[in-house]
Design a protein around this ligand. Structure first.
Ligand SMILES: [Zn+2]
Ligand SMILES: [Zn+2]
Length: 270
């Protein structure tokens, strides 16, 4: 076994909760940071090795460019959003949810790898920066977590990502406008219809500051799009002039098959 394999091997032991956090702190102290995915030495922190960088999947192309729903080909507006005044105005994805991108996102979301937000923010910007600059959002809003879920995870991964993008855009990160009214069941455990029911009436907008603004709403992963659509709808109802969705990745969703399920219930993805 090489020295590079050892931290990877230790990462595979399944231990719960706070132990993961301190075990990782110890490993980072013992072994200098390498590529987050394969642990080979790299020249700086928050960076992938060239092999992993080359192995990242492409951005998806077979979706509605307005609402992000899967349509089998790029479309400027699908049957689900064409006449819907409360649908998003554009949705951007950095990756197809598969392979190395999925591993990065799972670690970021479920394995306490909050620092990967810097790396994912940069990768996202490299792919989407020009388009997002063209959109000129006045506010960058992260998809909110319910306070109880925030307590369990210790960070809102969408807020970390949104912060990285907001910095590069020079637009403010706004976290006190969009809130969750109640806790929802994890979306990854539900089929498409149950997801829409699960998020109905879940979001609320505080204040009237969003009126007339171009807003960028940032989330980590889109599957059916039900959560994003519900959040966009309340922002539009509150008077937002234009709402742009930005997600790290799009899951090619099949009813009854959900690649996130096993991770949400506690399997270490790394
Ligand atoms: Zn690598
Ligand atoms: Zn659409």
């Amino acid at each position: 076994m090489t020295g590079q394999d050892f931290p990877a091997l230790l990462e595979t032991f399944r231990v719960p909760g706070v132990v993961v956090h301190w075990r990782r702190k110890l490993l980072d102290g013992l072994f200098p940071p390498g590529c987050p995915l394969c642990h080979v030495s790299v020249s700086g922190v928050h960076t992938l090795c060239l092999d992993c960088l080359d192995g990242l999947p492409p951005a998806p192309e077979n979706h509605c460019l307005r609402c992000g729903r899967s349509t089998g080909r790029p479309e400027a507006g699908c049957a689900g959003c064409l006449n819907d005044a409360e649908a998003s105005d554009a949705v951007y994805f950095a990756f197809q949810y598969e392979g190395l991108a999925a591993r990065l996102i799972l670690g970021f979301k479920f394995a306490d790898r909050s620092e990967w937000g810097v790396l994912l923010g940069r990768l996202c910007w490299e792919r989407l920066g020009r388009a997002l600059e063209w959109e000129r959002p006045e506010w960058v809003i992260p998809m909110p977590l319910h306070p109880w879920r925030l307590l369990g995870r210790r960070y809102n991964q969408s807020a970390l990502l949104a912060g990285e993008l907001a910095c590069r855009l020079g637009s403010p990160l706004v976290t006190d406008v969009l809130y969750r009214r109640r806790r929802t069941r994890p979306q990854t455990l539900l089929d498409a219809k149950s997801r829409r029911d699960n998020v109905r009436g879940v979001f609320r907008v505080q204040g009237s500051g969003v009126r007339g603004r171009v807003v960028m709403l940032v989330d980590d992963v889109m599957t059916t799009g039900a959560t994003l659509a519900a959040a966009v709808a309340v922002l539009k109802k509150a008077g937002a002039a234009r709402v742009i969705g930005v997600c790290l990745a799009r899951v090619e969703y099949e009813v009854g098959v959900n690649p996130l399920v096993e991770y949400e219930v506690g399997v270490n993805p790394l």
